[in-house]
Design a protein around this ligand. Structure first.
Ligand code: CUA
Length: 180
């Protein structure tokens, strides 16, 4: 019980038991190993997206996404009314995160490179592209730019992975990669 201080006030000055020092050493070395792996993986893991970020006004960002959508809309997604947009290969493409949707649905071409812009209209959201598991935070007032080159055709899901309120679990989007 820790209600009263230990009788021997200099309890911390006792010599360490051998087992104790062994465990402290193991824990310390494990900590050093895990820390080194973070640094190592930064260089070797090829999972660090090269990115740029700019301050942006949400309305100004929405405008850019709307202009792109207006110009390159090819159809609507089922009954949802969400536009599917097929921008030209190599162009700047914009994705809006907001309560609680990803807008619009982008259709990209396989093996073509794009500058993918991400920003939020309201709160913090998380862009998680599945099943490839690319994750990036999407902040309001910041525009993140990723250079992406999809190498597999298919239908991808975008899941919001930052808790953003009551509709968080419904914040699902889609991204198509098509063979040209
Ligand atoms: Cu958006 Cu959770």
């Amino acid at each position: 019980m820790a209600l009263f201080p230990p009788e021997k006030r200099l309890w911390w000055n006792e010599p360490l038991h051998r087992i104790e020092i062994v465990w402290i050493t193991i824990a310390f070395l494990w900590g050093v190993a895990m820390f080194s792996i973070m640094v190592y993986w930064h260089f070797v893991g090829s999972q660090n997206l090269s990115n740029e970020a700019y301050r942006v006004d949400p309305q100004a960002y929405a405008k850019k996404a709307e202009v792109m959508t207006e110009k390159y809309k090819v159809r609507e997604e089922g009954q949802t009314g969400i536009p599917v947009v097929h921008p030209p290969a190599g162009s700047d493409v914009y994705l809006i995160a907001r309560l609680w949707e990803w807008w619009p649905i982008l259709e990209l071409e396989k093996d073509k490179s794009y500058r993918l812009h991400l920003s939020s209209m309201d709160w913090l959201h998380g862009f998680s592209l599945q099943p490839v598991n690319i994750n990036i935070q999407v902040h309001p007032n910041y525009e993140m730019v990723l250079t992406v080159k999809p190498d597999r055709a298919g239908t991808y899901s975008i899941v919001c992975n930052e808790f953003c309120g009551i509709g968080h679990h419904t914040m699902l989007g889609r991204l198509y990669v098509v063979e040209k």
